[in-house]
Design a protein around this ligand. Structure first.
Ligand code: GLU
Length: 416
């Protein structure tokens, strides 16, 4: 990424592009350029060795004109207000594209979660919630999992929020374990949703999915479930990776067997019958479909030209830099942008919230069916707009996402 870019300047440039294309009122553009609320707290906890640990906690609430704030909480070293603000803005567009009644938010704690014990992580999560509790709630702001947080983290959030309010409130957070009100199918929803988009896009570019070669960067929750869904459709998953490196096998991998190997050895590398590769090599690997499902800024002006895939589906948030975006467009690579490709997670979060509010529990079949309907509709809304506007899919996704939010602001008016 060129040094002048930060995640927020990229997000603001994307908004500017959508605003220009939509001929947006300049006042509304100004409103949407900044978050409604940014919260910075010091999360202080007692460490296991009796010293005090001090961690920076952030929650950014972008805009809530279409419904309460919604978005994940990530535990990550060096997380900044700039980055969380950009991610909150992307959540606003993502919820709008998925057409679910939420505004965007994002949270984070600046911590290397791998270095903390389970007890320390629990105290960290609970202390963070206690510091921002007045800004959370089922009709205010509903957190969810993100990088290095999971269903257990969400259970601690639900318990802390409920204890502080005095009664059990499962609808205050999504991505919970099923036994305390979590939805069936939430864990796999983001990865599955990515593959629903891939399926729709493949039909448009005449790519046969049977034996199509898929390379996936990242083998966490999203990467693994995308691999499993692609494998289920008959694709050949030829490469996967995690933070320690990747593997390539032209004959195709079984994602479940790779997961078992990773659980045993701590990494996907050295899996039998495979060649070890680096994360950089995975991006440039011979394949039909490339799925970056790990960190930001993985496809850059340095490697975009070397990508061999015909399709890139952005399972991660922000994996492609603006320069790389242009290169992929020139190479006529079909790019499914993050705010569309990975909206399956927040969509099933919405289903979870609806189930909690109505005290219902849906079957996995029902959740998966509704997810597929929502993803297919979102993909086709964006795709049709890109055809009408003769634009790339990212521009069309932004236009759709920003356009719906802008129209809500216009209808609500500016109070007082
Ligand atoms: N963290 C996920 C995302 O970036 C899910 C958010 C949610 O379910 O609220 O989309």
């Amino acid at each position: 990424m060129a040094p002048e870019h930060t995640p927020l300047t990229v997000a603001q440039a994307q908004l500017k592009l959508a605003a220009k294309k939509l001929n947006l009122d300049s006042g509304i553009h100004k409103i949407l350029s900044q978050p409604k609320r940014s919260i910075l707290v010091s999360v202080d906890i007692r460490m296991d060795n009796c010293t005090v640990g001090v961690f920076r906690g952030i929650r950014v609430q972008h805009w809530d004109v279409r419904g309460p704030f919604k978005g994940g909480i990530r535990f990550y070293p060096n997380i900044t207000m700039d980055e969380v603000t950009a991610l909150a803005m992307l959540m606003t567009w993502k919820c709008s594209i998925a057409d679910i009644p939420y505004g965007g938010a994002k949270g984070g704690i600046c911590v290397d979660s791998k270095k903390l014990s389970k007890g320390e992580l629990e105290r960290l999560t609970r202390r963070y919630v206690s510091l921002i509790v007045e800004y959370l709630g089922p009709h205010r702001d509903i957190p969810a999992p993100d990088m290095y947080t999971d269903a257990q983290t969400m259970a601690w959030i639900m318990d802390t929020y409920s204890q502080l309010k005095g009664y059990s409130i499962p609808e205050c957070v999504t991505g919970k374990p099923v036994e305390i009100g979590g939805s069936e199918g939430r864990t796999e929803a983001t990865g599955k949703g990515v593959i629903h988009c891939v399926k729709e896009a493949a039909a448009n570019i005449d790519l046969k999915l049977k034996n199509a070669e898929v390379a996936i960067q990242g083998f966490g929750n999203v990467g693994f479930h995308a691999a499993q869904a692609a494998h289920g459709l008959g694709c050949k998953v030829v490469a996967v990776s995690d933070s320690s490196g990747g593997i390539y096998c032209q004959k195709g991998l079984n994602p479940d067997a790779v997961l078992a190997h990773k659980e045993k050895t701590g990494s996907v590398q050295n899996f039998k019958g495979c060649k070890n590769i680096t994360n950089e090599e995975l991006i440039e690997a011979k394949c039909d479909i490339l799925i970056p499902a790990a960190l930001q800024n993985q496809i850059t002006q340095k490697n975009a030209d070397k990508i061999q895939a015909r399709m890139v589906a952005e399972a991660a948030n922000g994996p492609t830099t603006p320069e790389a975006d242009r290169i992929l467009h020139e190479k006529n690579i079909c790019l499914i942008p993050d705010i569309l490709a990975n909206c399956g997670g927040v969509t099933v979060s919405y289903f979870e919230w609806v189930q909690n509010l109505t005290r219902e529990h849906w079957t996995l079949e029902k959740v998966n069916g509704k997810l597929e309907t929502k993803m297919t509709k979102a993909f086709n809304d964006v795709y049709s707009l890109s055809q009408e506007e003769e634009s790339d899919m990212r521009t069309a996704a932004l236009m759709l996402g920003v356009g719906r939010v802008a129209s809500a602001i216009k209808t609500l008016g500016l109070w007082p």
